[in-house]
Each structure stands twice: as C-alpha cells, then as structure tokens.
Ligand binder design. Structure first.
Ligand code: BGC
Length: 871
C-alpha cells in the first residue's frame, strides 16, 4: 500500500486567504503586464490553505514546505511538521504595502515528498492609511441626491517602459471607474455598504493592460448607492443620507522598468461633468438621457472633501458582479406595453436593445408577481423600481442601468414604437460567491424547494445579507442572516462576505452591547432583540464551524461577549430575559397579516432560549480560542440559564410554556432540557403537535430553521419528512405548488386563490424560511460536520417520504465530499467520496456504523427498514 504512494501521485493546489480565488496557472512573475490576475491582500500576513487533490489510499500528510519567491528572485522555504493544511499562519516576514510574492507548497507523506504545487501569486495592497497620497474630492456643485450622477476624472501621460499599474479606488457613493473608456472591472456598486464614518472599503485592480504610452484618461462615474440614496434617507431609516456630497478617492500607481514610480491621485486638479444618468436610486431606479454623450468632456471644478471618513480597508468579500443573463420565458406584446416574464424571480435589471427614433421615452417597471395580468407593485411600497430612457435614436441602442437594481420576475416596458424591440434579457447580479453545495433528490418538488433557497440567497447576498431585494427596505437584518447562516455557509463560501459584515456589526454595536436590528445600522433607536442581536454570536460560530477559522472568533470575541453581557444585564439575577420589545418568532403563520410579531411562541421563552444558546456558544468559542477562564465562566453561566429556563418554563410532563412548535424546536435543538426523561416527553409533545396540525408548519423565522432538526433529535425523522413534504398551507411546498421560484417572506405571500397577501410586508424573496435546506443537507443528503472545516464528518442519510434517491456535493475546505444514495429493490445503496484530510463515520439505515472512512470513493449497502422507505 505504502509502496504505491509514490510522491508524484500527490497533487497539491495552494490557496491564499484572500478575496479573489483563482485557478493556479504556470509559473510567472506576479503583477507584470499580461500576467494572470493578481490576488491582492489587505493584510501583511495572509494565511495559506492547500488542497491535496490526489493521493493513494491510506496516504496522509506528515509535513509540508512552503516556498516564497520574491520579485528579485530570492526564495525562502518554511518547513512545517504535521497535517495542517487549512488557514496556516504566514510563515515568512510580513508583507509591506505593494510587496509581491509567489508561493508554492509541497507535502510529505508515506513515500516521501509530493512535487511542488503550481504557484499562487499574492500582492499586498495599500495596508496603511499613509499609503494614500490621494485626497477625497467632490464636484463643487451637486449636493442633491436628485442631481445627475457625476463623472469625475483626469488626463495623464504614460511614458514608455511601464511594467505595472495599480488602481486603488473607493467612493462616498458607488463608483464605476474607467480607463480610456474601458471598464476597469466587471464589479458593481464599489465600495459596498459599511457604516461609512467608521469603515470604508476600497478595491485594488491591476490596470496595466488598459494603459498605453502617451495620453490616457481615468474617469469614475459616481452614483448615490447606499451612501446618498433613499435607503439611507428614508424617514424611518436614518432620515438623512450618510453625507450630502458624493466623494471619490482614487490612486493610480505606475511602475516603470527603470524603477520609477509615479502616483496619480485624486486632487483638486481633477475635473467633473454631469453624466447622462439624470437620476439614480436603488429603490426608485435610474433615468438616463441617451442623447447626451456617454463620455462628456470634464470641465467643471472639483474640490477636496475634508469630511473625516472611517478606516480604509481593502474589500475582501467577492464584489457584486453580473452573474447570469436570462431570456424571457414569455413576452406579451400589448398595444402600448410589453410584459416580459423571465420565468423566475431574480435580482438585477433588464437589458434591452431597441431601434427607435431619437427622443422616444422608454419606461421599464418591475414587479415580482402579476395581479390580474398587471404588475403588482403594492409590495414594493414606496420603491418606484422604474428605469427610464430617452433614446438617442439609431440601430440597436443599448438600454440598461448602471447605478440601480431591482428584484423582479416581470418587467413592463412602455413607450416602444411597434417593432422597435430588438432584444431583451434580464441580467442577474449579486456578490460573486463561490458555490460550495448542491442537492438533488428523486422528488422534483424538494429539488425545486432547494433551488428556490439558492435563488433567494443569490438575490439577497448583495454586498450585505439583505432581507429582500425589491421593496423600500433591502437592509442587513441581523435576525434573517442569523437563522439562515448555517444554510448560506453550506451553499456558498461566505467566509469573506459574512466576515466583512461582522466587522460592521461590531463597529455598529452600541456601547452597552446592543446589536442593531440591521447591519449596517439604519434605525435611530435600537434595543436588544432576541434572535436578531444573537447574530453577533451565532454567525461567527457558524463561520468557524464551516471554515475552521478560529481567527473569526478571535476578531469577533469582544462583540460576542458584549452581546451576551448585554442580555445578562437584561435578564437580571433570575437569568430570565423577560419583557421588553421583541420581534419574537416573527411571521408565525397564525399571526394576523398586520401583526407579524404576534406569534404563538411566548417571546419570553424564546428570549431566554436564545440567551442560553449564545452563552453556550460563547463558552465554546472561548474554549476554541484557548481562553480557559472565559470558557469556564460562560459554561457555568449557560448551565445556570438552562436550569432557570427549565424551572420557569418546562413542566415535568415535558410541556413548555406556550406549547407550540417553536418552543420545542428551540429547546430540543439547543439541548435546553437537562433531564433526559423530560426531554424525551418534550420530543413526544412536539411530534404530537406536528401530527395534530396535519404536519403543517406552525413556526416563524426563529422556529422554522430548527423544527425539523428537533424532530430528528426526538427520533421522529418520519414526522420531519411529513412536514417537509406537506403541501397544505402553511408548508414549504405550498409555495412551490403555487409556482414559487424563490423563498417567500410569508408562508402565504400569495394566498391560495393566487392573490397577493394584503399585509404591508409581502416579499417574494426572503431567505429566512429557506433555512430548512440545512436539514435537507444533513438528513436527506446525510452529511454533517463533526469537527470544524469537516476535518471529521458523519455521513448518515436517512431516507424517508418515499424518496428513492438523493445526492449532495459539498466542497469543504479540504476538498469535495459527495454522498449519493438510492434504494433499489429494498436495498439501500450508498456511495461516498471523501477528500484527502477528511475522515468520515458512515452510518447506514440498518444501524451499521463504519468508522474511520478515509479519502477515496466508497460504496456501502444495507437493507432498508420498511418504515423508512415509506415514511
Ligand atoms: C424585514 C424582516 C425583518 C423584520 C423584523 C422586516 O421588515 O423584512 O425580514 O427581520 O422586518 O422587524
């Protein structure tokens, strides 16, 4: 066996803990013109991860060597013992701003050393505030959000011998930079949304190939975005923009072969002009007069902005990009309007090509659903979601917005003369996350439900995790992402995205530890809300579990502890968090449409359950960080809360106060009941309730993610399956049967007769109830992690509900895990693929356990108990 492990059979790919993932290519000097994309990092000591893509059976890593090569050709090797391959600390001298390096790795195992991996290139961006020579600038006129979006730019000369050029750019607003008319990147809405007076991100680009010897131009279109749009100034939000004046900060750095470095930074010599984008707002849409020049001559003055802005950090999350283009499923051509149905609910905009006379005004409106054949715009509330174009005339004119986005499935296009529409498609956008999990099974409704979860996630991961993408809201509601984080972090790699969001959460946290209901914070008054504020603890914990990154716990620890301490104060000596304003089990299906917080679950029970859970996770986090004293302290606190919870709310017969699905879900999923007999009676009571409710859902935002897990813990996976596959309202498949393509905000966003729910909040794209996908992955798919990053996993699919097959794929940090099962003639057949570095325990439905399943492809079989096959 060992003999086979010829070193050359081990293949290693190296990754750098950096914002951009890339395929490793052949060796090259990073950063010179024509190179593969550069990976910029915003820290001096990036961490390293590698995947070993192939090795003989039984092989395991015993040690590794990392080689760094600097641009001057010098190299250094760090030799490391052991089997670590995830997020290793940088073993070399820290990088300084603009430093470049190339890395490769080889690993040793039984049989010797592997060959070297292909190299990965890294470049430190601007790491210190004094690296910025540029100044913030703004047009002298144009302090009104309804003014045209300005273009700000400069002309400059490039000499011969340019070898490298970097653009570092950010804005107070959203910016699209261009060099010589070419887009610098496909990124949209840079720099994203943070609490700008504390933290503002920038992006770095390799722009070498966009420049030429001689005269060049750099220009930047700046829109209102989050900074100055209605999302900030809506009276119930901040009531005012972050600032009245848009700002641009750009620094172009040129490097010549002879060693000369030239920096061109924003200053008061730059010039500006209004663009042809006359109005722009995320909620309301964009108005564009195409008769005006795309690149007006920049003549108006700019001035320096003295406003203090927050810390400047390199953006580490994937940028917002175009993801897909979608042709309409149907196009209804009425006399004066065209209605396009894109076949699914999506986030982005409509791209049209038209040939019509100059001066024609084309109006594009958007909606998620139709009501009587017309766009149903009531759910958008005050968001106009309308793009307007005045045509320049000419063939195949391109109409698409740059500074807005919409959530829609249907678009109505008005003002087109007959026969003038050349083409139409929808462009979907979102943060360009890497997909990491896929699910399919033999029931097409469940596969559709899973797809709907993915669709809602894609549409709402737009720089911040938003509640919804369409109405006058689109905020980073902390409770929504708290419940959805386990699912989100399975479906996509969200480490940098949510890690970045958590930076803002900590910055926005109130001095007393209260976590804002939305991050970035928009509401003037905040109070501690169970389930929402707990995002401060639960989201970092979930990321740590997924990525094995103890660093996220280290960074967030003070914020996590501050939240738990805040609740401890509110809970008093009794350790029961009672009273106060709570959102509770938001959108319980029995709550009246206009009272979304009026849940069956007693908010006090929910609040103390969350208090326990956060204290418990804080104790575990302290343990993972080696903070023994804190770990003991919070473990004791958690144990005391748990006793207090049982004394106050749990009876010996297992009944929990308010006796509804959600309270049992929380208590069982989080192990809140000490006494095993009482716990098992609580499980029976949950099963009883679920059955008496005809297997329909009776949970809101907080109970829904846990109710199926709780049934599984209670040994009633059969009931969980019946709930998941129930079709009567309220259920997950109710929406699927009504044609949903995304997860709805309400169990009945669409009423059974197809009309739109009359509630004031009715979104068709809210991911919270999609948190059920986590159970689908773990129980149907059968994969759960037993240790962070899936170092050890449990593979234990439980067939049910008549399903005869399922397959999941999950790219964990070590590599790809696949679990596929099918039932053939009463036999359960399981195939699993385990990557190098992961050890699995496999459990078959007949009770067989197989321990220590190592990397490779494995097949198992068992007889299926009849009850599971038909549950
Ligand atoms: C949002 C939710 C959010 C809730 C809490 C709603 O308007 O869309 O998803 O969590 O408010 O109040």
């Amino acid at each position: 066996m060992i003999k086979d492990s010829a070193p050359s059979a081990v293949h290693v790919g190296v990754r750098i803990d950096a914002p951009i993932r890339f395929e490793l290519s052949s060796p090259s000097i990073p950063g010179s013109a024509g190179d593969a994309p550069v990976t910029f990092v915003g820290v001096s000591s990036p961490r390293l991860t590698w995947r070993i893509s192939a090795a003989p059976p039984g092989w395991h890593q015993l040690g590794s060597e990392v080689e760094v090569r600097y641009p001057d050709g010098s190299t250094q090797i760090a030799r490391l013992d052991g089997d670590d391959q995830i997020l290793l600390d940088w073993p070399f001298r820290p990088l300084q701003s603009r430093d470049r390096a190339e890395l490769r790795v080889r690993v040793s195992g039984p049989g010797g050393w592997s060959p070297w991996s292909p190299p990965a290139a890294v470049e430190a961006s601007l790491l210190r505030s004094d690296d910025w020579a540029a100044s913030w600038i703004t047009p002298v006129t144009g302090a009104d959000p309804s003014d045209p979006a300005p273009i700000i730019g400069t002309a400059f000369e490039v000499d011969s011998g340019l070898i490298r050029a970097r653009l570092h750019v950010t804005a107070l607003g959203i910016v699209t930079p261009r060099i010589n008319g070419y887009l610098v990147s496909g990124d949209h809405f840079v720099p994203g949304w943070t609490t700008y007076d504390r933290l503002i991100r920038f992006r770095s680009y390799d722009v070498t190939t966009l420049l030429h010897e001689g005269d060049n131009q750099l220009s930047a279109l700046v829109g209102n975005g989050w900074y100055r749009g209605r999302i900030a100034s809506l009276p119930i939000h901040r009531g005012r923009p972050y600032g009245d004046r848009l700002g641009l900060l750009a620094q172009l750095e040129l490097e010549y072969a002879d060693g000369r470095r030239v920096t061109i930074g924003t200053d008061d010599e730059w010039r500006t002009a209004p663009s042809r984008i006359l109005a722009n707002d995320f909620y309301d849409g964009q108005t564009t007069d195409l008769r005006m020049p795309a690149a007006p001559s920049l003549a108006a003055p700019v001035e320096r902005l003295d406003d203090e802005t927050g810390r400047l950090d390199l953006a580490v999350a994937p940028p917002v990009r175009e993801l897909e283009t979608i042709a309409p499923a149907t196009l209804q051509d009425y006399a004066d309007i065209v209605i396009a149905d894109f076949g699914r609910n999506l986030v982005g905009w409509v791209r049209l090509r038209v040939t019509a006379p100059a001066g024609t005004t084309v109006v594009v409106r958007h909606a998620e659903v139709l009501d009587d054949g017309e766009l149903s715009v009531r759910p958008l509330r005050s968001a106009e979601a309308t793009d307007r174009y005045v045509l320049a005339g000419g063939a195949n004119e391109l109409l698409e917005p740059e500074l807005t986005y919409h959530g829609f499935r249907y678009a109505e296009i008005a003002g087109l003369p007959p026969g003038s529409l050349v083409s139409i498609e929808a462009v979907t956008i979102g943060s360009d996350l890497t997909r990491t999990a896929w699910f399919e099974c033999s029931d097409p409704s469940l596969s559709q439900l899973h797809q709907n979860v993915v669709n809602s996630m894609v549409g709402n991961f737009l720089d911040v995790p938003t509640d919804c993408p369409q109405r006058d809201e689109r905020l980073g509601w902390s409770g929504d992402i708290q419940v959805f984080a386990p699912t989100a972090s399975t479906l996509f790699d969200v480490s940098a995205f949510l890690g970045g969001w958590l930076d803002t959460l900590a910055l926005d946290q109130l001095p007393d530890g209260t976590v804002p209901a939305t991050v970035p914070r928009v509401f003037p008054k905040e109070s501690a809300l169970a389930g929402w504020g707990d995002a401060a603890v639960i989201v970092p914990w979930v990321l740590y579990q997924r990525d094995g990154d103890v660093g996220i716990l280290r960074r967030q620890y003070a914020s996590m502890a501050a939240w738990v301490e805040r609740v401890r104060t509110l809970a008093g000596d009794e350790l029961l968090w009672r009273g106060g304003e709570q959102l509770g089990d938001w959108l319980d299906p029995l709550a009246p449409p206009d009272k979304p917080a009026a849940a069956q679950a007693d908010p006090d029970v929910v609040a103390t359950a969350y208090f326990f859970h956060s204290a418990d996770l804080l104790a575990l986090s302290a343990g993972a960080l080696g903070m023994t004293e804190d770990a003991e302290h919070y473990a004791t606190l958690a144990a005391r809360i748990r006793s207090a919870f049982s004394r106050a709310y749990v009876q010996d017969n297992g009944r929990i106060t308010s006796d509804c699905q959600t309270v049992y879900a929380l208590a069982l999923a989080w192990d809140l009941i000490d006494d095993a007999a009482v716990r098992s009676r609580a499980g029976e009571r949950l099963a009883e309730l679920v059955e008496s409710q005809g297997f329909t859902v009776a949970t809101g935002f907080l109970g829904t993610p846990l109710v199926l897990h709780a049934l599984t813990i209670a040994g009633r996976t059969d009931h969980a399956y019946r709930m998941l596959t129930a079709r009567a309202f309220p259920s997950w498949l109710y929406a699927v049967d009504l044609g949903a393509t995304t997860i709805w905000e309400r169990w009945d966003s669409l009423l059974p007769d197809g009309s739109v729910n009359p509630g004031e909040m009715t979104s068709f794209n809210h991911y919270a109830f999609g948190a059920v996908a986590d159970w689908m992955h773990r129980t149907i798919g059968g994969l759960s992690a037993l240790a962070p990053a899936c170092r050890t996993v449990r593979i234990a699919p439980v067939p049910g509900a008549g399903l005869d097959s399922s397959r999941i794929t999950y790219d964990c940090p070590y590599g790809r895990i696949e679990v596929g099962w099918r039932i053939v003639d009463g036999r359960f057949e399981l195939e699993v693929t385990v990557p190098i570095g992961v050890t699995a325990t496999v459990e078959l439905p007949d009770g067989t356990h197989i321990a220590n399943v190592e990397h490779g492809h494995h097949a198992f079989a068992a007889d299926v108990p009849v009850v599971l096959a038909t549950a």
